[in-house]
Design a protein around this ligand. Structure first.
Ligand code: NAG
Length: 324
């Protein structure tokens, strides 16, 4: 029975369609992708010194590295952290301004901070940093991997990684949490609670919570056991504020979360995902993955990450990764 289940898993795992094409500079890590309102140009932001900015006139490229969003780093001062080493940008547009939530952290610590910067063009160097958004410290969560959404006219941030996993907090203003208190929206009770990189996306009458489960890595020599590497899960809720369940009806506060994308073909450990409501294609899942070629060559650390994308089909009520 176990052997049958295992081979079924292998069959399913290799059944994901090919990723969308990319030309030009296809490197990314923890991408945030958005189209500029004024000209439809695509911007792809990534974790790294000053926040790496890539642009293209098409989703498929050619992509060009145009520079750093915050060349001088963040004004957040965090013991042991380099203020120019900025993680996990999340960019959205609202009322004439682009907002970038970002993280300053030190791997494995719980002292991380989420900050925010604004720009009217998204061009490198045009961002004004506003510093910490003010999520209260709590041993239940780590303040990383921010993601913004508006629900019923109110703004919220989703955030978190490991510990008690994913939390949501209302914002008093786009720049400040104020006196609002975070509440938990997803939790994996097993092992060390390997859930992070949440992204909440509204489609039809549901809010879909995408997150990365499993082990991320800079993959130089050692790799997680097969099936334990990064993959993309999803849960949904009608309020967007809680009550998330997976496709089997399991609560996402009780280790639920349907896998929609995992390692296949040249794509190893996809995660760090987001959803772009593309002006031409509709909902597009974008993510980073480790190139199997880089893995087979022994790994080249963070440089081995690449940008992948697929359109999403929501017609069943659950997002399905589409073939290109
Ligand atoms: C929860 O964690 C276990 C152990 O790491 C893993 O097998 C499972 O896929 C995870 N589920 C979710 C929804 O994250």
């Amino acid at each position: 029975m176990l052997a049958i289940l295992f081979s079924l898993f292998i069959a399913l795992a290799s059944a994901y369609p090919a990723r969308g094409p990319c030309t030009g500079d296809c490197w990314t890590h923890d991408p945030s992708m958005i189209q500029r309102e004024s000209d439809g140009k695509y911007f792809r932001f990534s974790t790294g010194t000053g926040v790496n900015t890539m642009t293209s006139s098409s989703l498929t490229g050619p992509w060009t590295d145009v520079g750093k969003a915050l060349p001088g780093g963040s004004k957040i001062v965090l013991a042991g952290a380099d203020s120019s080493d900025i993680w996990a940008p999340d960019v959205h547009y609202q009322g004439g301004t682009y907002y970038m939530y970002y993280v300053l952290s030190k791997l494995g610590t719980q002292t991380s901070q989420i900050g925010v910067a604004t720009s009217t063009t998204m061009e490198p160097g045009s961002w004004t940093d506003h510093g910490i958004v003010g999520i209260p410290a709590n041993s239940a969560y780590n303040r990383i991997d921010p993601n913004w959404i508006t629900i019923g006219g109110k703004q919220y941030l989703q955030f978190g990684s490991y510990w008690q996993d994913i939390y949501q907090v209302a914002l008093e203003s786009p720049l400040q949490v104020g006196s609002n208190t975070p509440h938990q929206i997803a939790y994996n009770g097993s092992l060390n609670h390997r859930v992070e990189g949440s992204f909440l996306y509204q489609h039809g009458s549901y809010y879909y919570l995408f997150f990365s489960g499993g082990i991320a890595g800079s993959y130089t020599a050692t790799y997680p056991a097969q099936g334990e590497e990064y993959r993309v899960h999803v849960c949904r809720s009608s309020s967007g504020l809680g009550g998330f369940v997976d496709e089997s009806g399991r609560s996402c506060l009780e280790s639920g979360g349907t896998i929609i994308l995992a390692s296949h073909d040249q794509v190893y450990a996809p995660g760090g995902q987001g959803v772009l409501n593309d002006k031409y294609l509709g909902p597009v899942l974008y993510y980073h993955y480790y190139s199997l070629a880089a893995k087979q060559a022994g790994g080249n650390g963070i440089d081995g990450y690449l940008y992948g994308w697929n359109e999403l089909d929501f017609s069943s009520g659950w997002p399905v990764v589409k073939a290109v």
